[in-house]
Design a protein around this ligand. Structure first.
Ligand SMILES: [Zn+2]
Length: 433
C-alpha cells in the first residue's frame, strides 16, 4: 500500500531561502497556468497538460528565474493543476497566495532521490538541485520511495516521502463493532461508553494567543519587522495547537481501528456544515453568529482529520469504516427506538420519554450509529452473498465463508456493547434529581 512518511528537515539558512524561492516559482507557475486555463475556457477552448508543459519549456528560454527551480517540480505543479482542474473544475480551483498558501513542491522521480541514514538521530536525503539535506530520523522508511515532497508547515520545513510499503490487502480482523458519535461538547463518544476528548490549548496559551492577535491588529505597517516577529510567534503557537489536535486524532483513530472490526461513524458533511451561514445580499443567512461559533467548534475538534486518520489506520488493521446517515441518531432511544426531540434532556443527558431509558446523550447516539452501521453492513453482506434470509439466521460465532467477507460478523451485539453495572457508561451518566 502507498503511505506517507514525514520528517522534519534541518535546513541551513541558505537552503531555507532556496526552498522559499522554489516555492515562489512553483506558485507563480500554478497561478499563470490557472489563468491560462481560465482564459482558454472563456474563449470556449481547452488547454491540456502537455501543451502547458511545452509552453513552460519555451518560457524558460526567456525568463531565467524559471530555471532556478528543478524542472521536475515545475512539471509536477502543472500536473497537479491539471488534476485539480479535472476534479474540481477550472473555476473552482484556488489561486496560490504568498501570504496564505504554504510553499510545497514535489520531486516525482524516485531515481533521482537518495536517502541514507547518518546515525541514530539523523538521516540525509539527496534531492535534485538541493543536494544532500539532513532530516530528523524519527521513524524508519519501511518501503521503497515513490516521490518526495518538501513543504513548510508553520515555521518548519518537512520532507514527506510517498512510500510503497509492500503490504497487500489485510484480511478483516473479525473483532466486535463500535459506534462513534463526534460531537462539539465531547470530541468522540463511543458506544462502549467512553468519552474521549482533549484540550488542545492551555489557559496560558489562550491568553497569549489573544494578546498576540491584539498586538497584530494594532500594527499598522504591514511590512514592519516587528509585525513579522509577532506573526512568527503566532504561527509557532498555532502550529503547536494543530500538532496536538493531529496527535489526538491519530491516537484515537488508531485505538478504534486496532481494537474493532467495524467502526460506524456519522456521514457528516464537515465542509458543508462548517460553511458560513452568511448567505447572499438578496438572501441573508439566519443565525450567523451562532453558526460561526458552531463552525469554530467543528473545525477546532478536527472531525475531518479524525475521519481521514480512521480510514488510513483501518487499511492496516482489517477494520471496516461504515458511514451512516446521521439523522435522528441523537433523538432516538437506543432501548425502545422511540424518536422525540424531548428525549434529549440537555447537552449531556438522554432520558427517553416513552420508556425512561437513561444514558449519556452522546453515548446513546453512538449506540444508534452502531446499530445503523450493522444494518448497513448486513444489508450489503446479503447483497454480496446473495443468500436471502440465510445470512440473518447464521450464528455470529461461525466463521464467515470465504469470498463473502461481509456476512454478519458484527450482526449481534457483543456483551461489551451493553451497558454494564458500574461501568464507565454508568459513571459518565449524570444523575438527575
Ligand atoms: Zn425508550
Amino acid at each position: 500500500m502507498l503511505t506517507g512518511r514525514r520528517y522534519l528537515l534541518a535546513l541551513a539558512p541558505e537552503q531555507v531561502a532556496y526552498a522559499e524561492a522554489i516555492g515562489a516559482v512553483c506558485r507563480s507557475v500554478w497561478n499563470t497556468g490557472l489563468e491560462q486555463r481560465r482564459e482558454y475556457r472563456r474563449r470556449g477552448t481547452y488547454i491540456n497538460y502537455e501543451e502547458q508543459c511545452r509552453q513552460l519549456a519555451e518560457a524558460k528560454a526567456e525568463h531565467a528565474w524559471l530555471t532556478e527551480a528543478p524542472s521536475h517540480t515545475l512539471q509536477q505543479t502543472l500536473r497537479d493543476l491539471d488534476k485539480a482542474c479535472r476534479v474540481h473544475g477550472t473555476w473552482k480551483v484556488h489561486w496560490r497566495s504568498k501570504a496564505r498558501s504554504a510553499p510545497s513542491f514535489r520531486f516525482p522521480d524516485p531515481n533521482r532521490i537518495a536517502v541514507r541514514r547518518l546515525n541514530r538521530r539523523w538521516g540525509s536525503t539527496k534531492l535534485p538541485k538541493f543536494g544532500w539535506v539532513r532530516f530528523r530520523w524519527s521513524r524508519p522508511l519501511g518501503g521503497t520511495i515513490r516521490n518526495a515532497t518538501v513543504s513548510r508547515d508553520g515555521n518548519r520545513w518537512y520532507v514527506s516521502f510517498c512510500v510503497e510499503d509492500g503490504v497487500v490487502a489485510v484480511e478483516p480482523n473479525g473483532k466486535p463493532g463500535i459506534g462513534v458519535d463526534r460531537g462539539v461538547a465531547v470530541a468522540v463518544a463511543t458506544s462502549d461508553g467512553l468519552l474521549r476528548d482533549r484540550e488542545f490549548t492551555t489557559p496560558g496559551e489562550v491568553k497569549r494567543l489573544k494578546r498576540l492577535q491584539q498586538q497584530l491588529a494594532r500594527q499598522r505597517n504591514k511590512r514592519s519587522n516587528r509585525r513579522r516577529a509577532v506573526r512568527s510567534k503566532l504561527t509557532a503557537l498555532n502550529t503547536r495547537v494543530r500538532a496536538r489536535r493531529a496527535d489526538f486524532c491519530a491516537w484515537t483513530a488508531n485505538r478504534l481501528a486496532r481494537d474493532h472490526g467495524l467502526v460506524a461513524v456519522e456521514a457528516l458533511r464537515v465542509v458543508a456544515m462548517a460553511k458560513s451561514a452568511k448567505g447572499t445580499v438578496e438572501q441573508p443567512g439566519r443565525n450567523v453568529r451562532q453558526k460561526a461559533g458552531l463552525n469554530r467548534s467543528i473545525l477546532a475538534k478536527g472531525w475531518g482529520q479524525f475521519l481521514d486518520q480512521l480510514e488510513h489506520q483501518a487499511r492496516y488493521t482489517g477494520c471496516e469504516i461504515v458511514k451512516v446517515p446521521a439523522a435522528y441518531t441523537s433523538q432516538t432511544c437506543h432501548a425502545c427506538k422511540h424518536v422525540a426531540p424531548e428525549n434529549r434532556e440537555s447537552q449531556a443527558v438522554f432520558r427517553c420519554v416513552a420508556c425512561g431509558h437513561q444514558d449519556n446523550a452522546d453515548v446513546n447516539a453512538a449506540k444508534n450509529i452502531l446499530g445503523r452501521g450493522i444494518e448497513l453492513v448486513s444489508a450489503a453482506g446479503l447483497a454480496v452473498a446473495g443468500r436471502g434470509d440465510l445470512a440473518n439466521r447464521r450464528s455470529a460465532k461461525r466463521q464467515p465463508p470465504s469470498g463473502s467477507r461481509r456476512v454478519c460478523a458484527y450482526a449481534t451485539e457483543t456483551p461489551r456493547l451493553k451497558p454494564r453495572e458500574g461501568s464507565q457508561t454508568a459513571k459518565l451518566t449524570p444523575t438527575i434529581d
